[in-house]
Design a protein around this ligand. Structure first.
Ligand SMILES: Cc1ncc(C[n+]2csc(CCOP(=O)(O)OP(=O)(O)O)c2C)c(N)n1
Ligand SMILES: [Mg+2]
Length: 441
């Protein structure tokens, strides 16, 4: 690897010519070796700064070219047909769900949405490489991981609609999914907070000797947060079984990567923390699978944190609150949409193998769209959770100030209920009725 060679060259340069006979200090240490705690290098007698580009040009690992052709047979993960079809169906179903929920936000039916366009390969390739019980901490643009684990469309929709089936009881913005049964920790909006939390969980797993990994997803923008530093350093020093999965999609809202950092991306930071690190083509689902599988294996077998930087491109706007035409060209977006898309790359592969054809494509597009639309209209018909549920689930016993507020809400609704669309809420006609608990799936 070019970076490793550069580091070796740097080390040799800094070491300089060795002194002849070893001299010893009065404490008995050889004097030509630094004895500072935490330093493992040599003295030099020439002043030379370390260039910031000493780790640069970290290569991008890939398995397939853009036409879906395997580049080197020995790197082919040789996934069975059924698994490849599952990867493809999940990637395309996610894409279809995104289109429908994005449009529904545009029509005012839900308040907010974030699409995953162009990043499907990073989600599905990595999810497929994990064990089912590995604990996932996400940012907000990893819905494909949860979908791969079988999270039903009805619950994606319930969360985005905040209806009475939403396990979060309508108390979060859309796309803040979570599922205990699928080991997917609920998303929270403040960037990078999941990183130290994930490391803490990995440390607990290590202490319990549980043979599991934690996988922590984040964007390259979030990697500029202080929490990322804290997380990386804790993971390295506490030797935690964690895979840090950075989706480098080129933007943090409107800020392009060129304005986010001056080093060689996120992977270049890994050696500074003592993390095994690798960069992968995130639009090559097989490469993502292979890298994540090996990272997961080593994280668990060696109690070693690993940093993966998956290079991809955010084809959609940041969210429905953003208009990316204000800061990037249509040509740029079109390039990734038309020339280097993870879905078309995998489809090319499947077509070459004779595992897929145009008829199957048409049939699947139609039936998956129907599934999403059915879920979508069912979600829209369900009532909102009862207002009383605002107060549950944080404290085992409601503290006095919240009890007072709950009472005040009840009184208010009793007096002025006719001014609110209470018929849309799951109260059985009685605003004081907390309504049924949503099912836990
Ligand atoms: C602590 C904090 N600061 C700022 C924000 C606002 N914000 C939300 S998303 C985002 C960009 C994140 O970019 P990146 O991590 O690259 O993820 P991407 O959206 O590209 O997937 C920002 C600045 C936030 N949510 N939390
Ligand atoms: Mg980003």
């Amino acid at each position: 690897m070019a970076a490793a060679a550069a580091l070796r060259a740097l080390r040799a340069r800094l070491a300089g010519p060795r002194g002849a006979g070893a001299r010893f200090s009065s404490a008995g240490f050889p004097e030509e070796k630094p004895q500072f705690p935490g330093a493992s290098a040599e003295f030099v007698d020439r002043l030379e700064f370390i260039q910031p580009n000493v780790i640069s040009g970290i290569p991008v690992y890939r398995v397939m070219d853009r036409q879906g052709q395997i580049l080197r047979e020995s790197e082919d993960p040789q996934l069975p047909k059924e698994l490849v079809l599952k990867l493809y169906r999940t990637m395309t179903l996610l894409n279809t769900m995104d289109r429908i929920l994005y449009e529904s936000q545009r029509q005012g039916r839900i308040s907010f949405y974030m699409t995953n366009y162009g990043e499907e390969g990073t989600h599905v390739g990595s999810a497929a490489a994990l064990d089912d019980t590995d604990l996932v901490f996400g940012q907000y643009r990893e819905a494909g991981v949860l979908m791969y684990r079988g999270y039903p469309l009805d619950l994606f929709m319930a969360q985005c609609y905040g209806n009475s089936r939403d396990p979060g009881k309508g108390r979060q913005m859309p796309v803040h999914y979570g599922c205990r049964q699928r080991h997917f920790v609920t998303i929270s909006s403040p960037l990078a907070t999941q990183i130290p939390q994930a490391v803490g969980a990995a440390y607990a797993i290590k202490r319990a000797d549980a043979n599991r990994a934690v996988v922590c997803y984040f964007g390259e923008g979030a990697a500029s947060e202080g929490d990322a530093h804290a997380g990386f350093n804790f993971a390295a020093t506490l030797e935690c079984p964690i895979v840090f999965f950075c989706r480098n999609n080129g933007y943090a809202i409107s800020t392009p990567t060129a304005e986010q950092y001056r080093g060689d991306g996120i992977a270049a930071r890994g050696p500074g923390y003592g993390l095994l690190s690798i960069r992968v083509d995130g639009n090559d689902v097989f490469a993502v699978y292979k890298v994540t599988r090996e990272a997961r294996r080593r994280a668990v077998a060696e109690n070693r944190p690993v940093l993966i930087e998956a290079m991809t491109y955010r084809i959609g706007h940041h969210s429905t609150s953003d208009d990316s035409s204000a800061y990037r060209s249509v040509d740029e977006v079109n390039y990734w949409d038309k020339q280097d898309h993870p879905i078309s790359r995998l489809r090319h592969y499947m077509l070459r193998r004779g595992w897929w054809d145009d008829e199957q494509e048409k049939g699947w597009r139609k039936s998956s769209r129907r599934m999403v639309l059915e879920s979508f209209s069912a979600a829209e018909r369900l009532p909102k959770p009862a207002p009383q549920l605002l107060f549950s689930d944080v404290y085992r016993e409601l503290p006095p100030h919240l009890r007072r507020q709950r009472g005040a809400l009840q009184q208010h609704l009793r007096r002025y209920g006719q001014h609110y669309p209470l018929e849309l809420f799951d109260t059985g006609g009685d605003p004081q009725n907390p309504g049924p608990e949503p099912p836990q799936i």
